[in-house]
Each structure stands twice: as C-alpha cells, then as structure tokens.
Design a protein around this ligand. Structure first.
Ligand SMILES: *Cc1c(COP(=O)(O)O)cnc(C)c1O
Length: 448
C-alpha cells in the first residue's frame, strides 16, 4: 500500500517561530512550568487540543464571504439548518456559540435537581453543566475501557447492563435523558460501536427515555465503525453517521471539532416542547434562534465543514496521522493508551516515568519535558487536572485537523524519543501555588 498523504495542498501558511533550548528554559520558568501559561508563539508544535484549531478550507473561507449578518432569518441560518438536518435528520436545530452553550441550554431545559444523567463518559464541560443544575452526572464506561493496553476496538461503549440497572434503580422519572459521547473524549477518543448505540437506543425507547448524542467527533466515530465493526466496511461514512444520529432523539455538538471550524456549535432535538424551552433559554444568553451567538459567516463555515468532514480521503488521512504517531512512539517502547483513538495519542506517564511517584505528577513532568526538548505542547490529564481522583497520569498529544504534515509528526516522534532516552534523569514536580478550582490552568510548579 502507498503512503496515505495529506489530501490537500497548502494555500495559506502560518509561520512557526523556532525557539532554542535556552529560550524554552526561560519561557518555562516564566510560565512556572504550566504549559497553559506559555504563549502560543513560543510553541513549535501545538498539540494542546484539537478544539477550534482546525485549518479551514478555501471553500469554507469562500462561504464566509457569503455570510448574511441579518439579525433575524438570515440566509446563512437556513443553509446551516439544512446541512445539520440533512446529516442528523432532527427537526429542531438551534445554533450556539460552542458545545458547552448547547449543553447548558439542553440541561437547563430538561433536568432538575436530583435527576441522573447516564453517559458513557461525560466530557468535563458536560459534567459541569449537568451538575450546575443539581443533577448527577453518571459515567458508565464499558469494563474494557479501564485497561489502557487492551486493544478492544470499541472502548468508548457504554456498559449496557449498568445502564439498565440504573434505570431500574432510579426509575425513568429521574432520568430526563441518556447521553452517549462519540467518540468518548474523556475515555481517550475511543469509538462507540453501532451495535452498542443500537442497544442503548432500544433500552432508552423501551423505557421512554430520550437519547442524545454528544456528537463533537461523530465523523471520526463513524469512520472507526466503518474500519472496525463487522458488516460496516461497505457503507459510506455519511450513511453510518446518519444512522448514529437516527438512533438518538437529539444531540449537542461542539463544531470546534468535527465541523472543522474555529468556533461554533448547536443543539438539536426531535422534541418540539424541549426545543421551545431551549429557544427561550437561548435568547437569554446566546442570541436570537437564527444565530445563537455566532455571526452569519460562522454558520456558513459550519454548513460547509459538516460536508467536508465526511470526505473519506480526509478521514483516512486523519486516522493515518494519529496512528502514525501512535505506531512510531510504540515502536520505541513508549507506553501509550491502545488502540490509538481518533484525535489524540495518550502517553502513559506512570509507566514512562516509573521512578516518579504519583504525588509528584509524572504527567506534568513529562509534558514539561516534551516542551523543553522540542517546543511540543501537550496537556496533562491526571493528578494535576483531577487531584486524587485521577486513575491514570496521561499526557495527551491532540492533533489539530488539517494543520500539520507528516514531517511535523516525525519531529514530534523524535522529541518523544529524546525524552524517553533520558527518562531516568527526569524528576517529579510539586505545586508551589494553586487556585481554589480548575487548578490545571493556572497552578505554578517547580521540580522536586
Ligand atoms: C469539546 C467538547 C465539548 C465542549 O465543547 P466546547 O465547544 O469546547 O464548548 C463537549 N463534549 C465533547 C466530547 C467535547 O470534546
């Protein structure tokens, strides 16, 4: 088989400022070893997140010029609405400025204090929005998800037995909806199988509970179904995605992921009563229901991006680049979460730095070393982010869509290799200052 190449030509470039090792040392000290405090122009390869960091296409930029900025009933809204309806089949499409606004509006319009929301795994903003209204965010990942090295292909699945038990125990009145996150971001970008979605849908329908997708990475999930699920390889990814949406009654979407835009989102539902409550809620904080906190041009870019994301040449390249990094890093003996998911590679910092005790934040130490070695910015997902509740100490290398080439990825692999070679010299870190909440964004660190 031939190399899977980037299926695009570069039309506009953004320079990367190269830094020296000495500069990076000074930058790290100024940032108190917190990579969120490092300026983007001091980063060579930025793998902090794949959210809102996509490169837009010439077609998207062209569409933005057609943006209709009318307050009410803009042409751009109807193009956006048609694109989302065509993909999802849902009746009511409500634009929001990003995914968390969709979540806030959905949960404020459906859940009350004491309710329970089951999910394969809540994304952190989803959990926060469920809990903001006094409801309980319940994660029910399948048992295979716990083993980092297990190659089970659908580690994003929800545990169907525990879902049924939860419904039996709580009663359907306490469960305003069930949510499934595709792909399961918190669980490592692992996909949910069509089979698992179908059975979740059956359980929900049998109990009269609506099912919603958190659809941020629906296209990556659909493509992984095509690659891995028996009987799906002959179907188009669009068809698979459409079936995923049809198994649910609505969705929330962060367009900053699989709509290939830098800002935007939506919430959609077949329930007109819920839609009416959501539109009333939307007007309070987001805007009129035909723009929902976005400019008309943003709606155009999303409409266009939702088509481009289902291009199977794009998806083949997307998966090939995450797998490429995963394969090369694994070959060096570096421990990573398997199988490689859709949008990121997760280094297992506890195994990478076995001599660093978990109280000394091995994930933070590793993330800092990747920056120090080669200006690669990643994010710690472990003890710094979750405190003592952390089950793992991972370092996520999230790959922005259509931004970096294979040689950029070769460089990343080399940086990981250099750090791995001198891993025994790397010490742990301690926190010298922390804020009362969400400490990972602003905490200060030093070496132990
Ligand atoms: C990013 C993300 C969100 C939140 O979306 P924002 O656009 O960042 O507000 C929700 N769910 C998942 C799975 C995400 O990845």
């Amino acid at each position: 088989m031939k190399t899977i190449i980037e299926p695009f030509r570069v039309k506009v470039v953004e320079p990367i400022r190269m830094t020296t090792a000495d500069e990076r040392e000074a930058i790290l000290r100024r940032a108190s070893f917190n990579l969120f405090q490092v300026r983007a122009e001091d980063v060579i390869i930025d793998l902090l997140t794949d959210s809102g960091t996509s490169a837009m296409s010439a077609a998207q930029w062209g569409a933005m010029m057609r943006g209709d900025e009318s307050y009410a009933g803009a042409r751009s809204f109807f193009r956006f609405e048609e694109a989302v309806k065509d993909l999802t089949g849902y009746e009511n499409i409500i634009p929001t400025h990003q995914g968390r606004a969709a979540e806030r509006i959905l949960f404020a319009s459906t859940a009350t204090a004491g309710d329970v929301i089951p999910n394969n795994s809540h994304f952190d903003t989803t959990r926060a929005n469920v809990e903001a209204g006094g409801a309980v965010a319940l994660d029910l990942p399948c048992s295979e998800a716990a083993a980092l090295q297990s190659k089970y292909p659908f580690k994003g699945n929800i545990d169907l037995e525990r879902l049924q038990q939860t419904i039996d125990r709580q009663g359907r009145q306490k469960i305003p909806l069930v949510m499934i996150t595709v792909t399961n971001n918190t669980g490592g970008g692992q996909p949910v199988s069509l089979e698992n979605l179908r059975r979740t849908s059956e359980i929900c329908r049998a109990n009269g509970i609506p099912l919603y997708l958190d659809a941020a990475r629906f296209a990556e999930n659909a493509y992984l179904i095509k690659l891995k699920e028996p009987g799906q390889s002959e179907r188009s990814v669009r068809e698979i995605a459409q079936e995923m949406f049809q198994l649910a009654d609505g969705c929330t979407m962060s367009a900053k992921k699989d709509a290939l835009v830098n800002i935007g989102g939506f919430v959609a539902t077949n329930d007109s009563n819920v839609a009416e409550r959501m539109r009333n809620n939307l007007i309070l904080t987001e805007g009129f229901p035909t723009y929902g906190g976005m400019a008309g041009r943003d709606l155009e870019a999303i409409a266009c991006g939702l088509g481009e994301i289902l291009d199977e040449d794009y998806l083949a390249y997307r998966l090939a680049s995450t797998r490429y990094v995963g394969r090369h890093v694994s070959q060096l003996g570096v421990p990573i979460m398997l199988p490689v998911g859709g949008h990121a590679i997760y280094l297992d910092a506890r195994q990478f730095l076995p001599h660093v005790p978990t109280e000394q934040f091995p994930g933070q130490a590793l993330a800092v070393e990747l920056y120090r070695e080669g200006g690669v910015r990643s994010v710690e997902i472990g003890g710094v982010m979750f405190g003592k509740a952390a089950q793992h100490d991972l370092v996520r290398l999230a790959i922005p869509r259509r931004v970096y080439t294979q040689s950029h990825m070769d460089y990343v692999v080399e940086v990981v290799e250099q750090v791995y070679r001198r891993r025994e010299e790397i010490s742990g870190m301690r926190i010298t200052w922390e804020p009362p909440t969400l400490r990972h964004f602003t905490a200060r660190f030093d070496w132990v």
